[in-house]
Structure formats: C-alpha cells, structure tokens
Design a protein around this ligand. Structure first.
Ligand code: GDP
Ligand code: ZN
Length: 311
C-alpha cells in the first residue's frame, strides 16, 4: 500500500487523547500522531461512535507524519449516551475506559442541588464507573454543615473529598485521587472545577475549560473532546455531554439497581415488581422509615422514578 512507512506489520500502540470531527490525536511511544480511522473500521457500524477519547488503539504511521487507526481494543467500560437522530439513534461515546467519574459540587455558592448529584451517581452506576464526590468551597461553610450535606454519601459507599481551591484544603487528596487514572470530570458550572484543576497544576483547569467551551459552542453535542495528561500521570477530561445525558437512557424499572443502598433490599419487597413508591410490604420504604436510607436519597429515587427532570 502506498504511503505506509516501514514494516507494514508494525503497528504502534496508543491512546486517543483528542477527537475532533473524525480526527483523533493518539499518544504513542514516538509522540502524538493525528490519525484517521481505517476505512474498514467504519464499515457496518453506523449506529454509534467507532472510537473515542480513552480508547486504546493500534495505529500505523504514514509517510506524511499522520496515522491510521487500524484496531481499537475492547473497552473495559465507557460513558455513552444515546443521541436521537432523525430515523434512529446514535450511540455517542463521551469517554472510553474512564477509571472514575469525579463529580464536583460546591458546599455553597451555588447551593448544591443534591438531586442533580444523585442523577450523576445514577449515571455512573448504570455505566459501572466508580464515582467520587468532590465537595468544594468548604471554606464557605462550617465543616459540620458540609458533613450534613455530603456525609451520608460515604455511608452509601461513595468517596467524598472535601476541598477548597481557595485555602488549599483537601487538594493533596484531590490530586492523589486523579493520579494515574483517567477521570471524567463533571458538575454544575460554578462549582469550582476549573479552580480546582488550576490549584493542583497551574493553568491546567483553563486548558480543560477551553475545550468544553469550544464544544458547547458547536452545533453538535461533541465537536471536540479531549483528555489532558496530568504531570504525575493520568488524564482528566471535562464531560459536558454528561449533563445532557437524558434520563430516558435509563428505564424506570431498572432505577432501583442504581441506588447502592436500595439495590440489596429489592429482593425483600413483597412484590417482585415493587416500584418502592406505594406498595405494601416494601422493604425500601421500611428502610427509609427506620432511617437506614437517607430521606433525600429516597426522594431523589422517587422523583427520578416518576420521570421528573432533576436538572
Ligand atoms: P467551574 O465552572 O466549575 O469551572 O467553576 P470555577 O472554577 O470557574 O469557579 C467558579 C467561582 O467559584 C469562581 O469565582 C471561583 O473563584 C470560585 N471558587 C472556586 N473554588 C472555590 C473555593 O474552593 N472556595 C471559594 N470560596 N470559591 C471558589
Ligand atoms: Zn419495594
């Protein structure tokens, strides 16, 4: 084949760091290569993204210095959304192989909307991604207040890191949590994502924000997506697309499985198709009454189950 460099069988292993309109920047042992997808990868798979940031790939370097993605390794996991298209659906991959989802909320200013947090957590559970809660702006409230807001998430099994980008509180723990991992970052705007990233690595947050800004301006939901390498190893990607992940991606009947504190009780309900809203003999409502499930979490479950928009 024309244009191929060196041994035709030699493929480089790499990681997709950036994706923009069919062009992928792949990090390889010989540096970053801008690649396109080999034609045959595109065949017979029109219903979703073929490659995305976070994908581990095998690329062939071409003479002109660009590359061809020849193979995409099977994904451990991914965050994806079903994007409606005229005449069908399209599975958009927001990020492949994330190790975790870090959800940043402020303890105050803006007031934390826990319904929104619970919705992010449901998404993480559905996609089987460990979630970490970053409770930022701890300098604005008493620590006691922060614990009242976020403390019970720890009982459910989520890691909660209390931080202040302004005073530096908790930043070592935040930094350590990102190290050597691929982290999808989300949270409401104003929570302090950019400030936190800047605080652990000067300029880092701004670089991440620029991309999500550019993405939001685009006509399509994901124009550019990019993971940024951390100096200590690991990558962070802002995932604005996650916020538009519609609840219709989740069937109401499966919702109880995505609340870790509800999940183990479901089999104890009297009715196997219990919605945990009003049935007699409901083990979930009993647990709420006995204070074993936090009332706010149950309230979130109810709202989401009823299909109310939580954003
Ligand atoms: P983003 O939209 O999530 O990226 O949030 P930004 O990083 O832009 O922060 C929004 C505002 O909150 C800015 O005015 C920051 O200076 C402020 N901010 C960020 N982190 C903290 C914090 O820990 N404490 C306080 N008091 N303000 C913060
Ligand atoms: Zn029940």
């Amino acid at each position: 084949m024309e244009g191929l460099l060196g041994d035709e069988n030699h493929l480089l292993s790499g990681l997709i760091k950036r994706s923009q309109s069919g062009f992928f920047t792949v990090e390889t042992e010989i540096g970053d290569l801008v690649c396109t997808l080999r034609g045959r990868l595109k065949r017979g798979k029109p219903s979703g993204d073929i490659a995305a940031i976070g994908d581990r790939v095998r690329v062939r370097r071409l003479e002109n210095g660009t590359g061809l993605i020849e193979e995409i390794e099977p994904r451990d996991r991914m965050i994806s959304r079903r994007a409606p298209l005229p005449g069908g659906e399209y599975e958009q991959i927001i990020i492949a192989n994330p190790d975790q989802l870090a959800v940043v909320f402020a303890c105050a200013n803006p007031e934390p909307r826990l319904r929104m947090l619970d919705r992010f957590l449901v998404i993480a559970e559905k996609q089987e991604i460990p979630a970490v809660i970053i409770a930022n702006k701890i300098d604005l409230v008493e620590f006691k207040t922060a614990l009242e807001i976020f403390g019970h998430y720890r009982d459910v099994g989520y890691k909660v890191i209390y931080t202040s980008a302004h005073t530096g509180y908790g930043l070592d723990e935040f930094k350590g949590c990102l190290e050597k991992k691929i982290t999808a970052l989300t949270g409401p705007s104003g929570a302090g994502k950019t400030s936190l990233l800047n605080a652990i690595h000067p300029g880092f947050g701004l670089a991440v924000r620029e991309v999500s800004r550019a993405t939001r301006k685009g006509k399509h939901t994901t124009v550019i997506s990019e993971m940024f390498p951390l100096p200590g190893g690991g990558y962070v990607a802002d995932t604005p697309g996650l916020r538009s992940l519609a609840l219709w991606d989740i069937e109401p009947e499966e919702l109880d499985a995505y609340f870790p504190e509800i999940r183990p009780l479901v089999s104890a309900c009297q009715f196997s198709d219990c919605t945990h809203l009003h049935e007699p003999g409901c083990a979930v409502r009993e647990a709420v009454e006995h204070g074993k499930i936090h009332p706010q979490r149950y309230e979130s479950y109810v709202r989401l189950r009823m299909g109310e928009d939580a954003w």
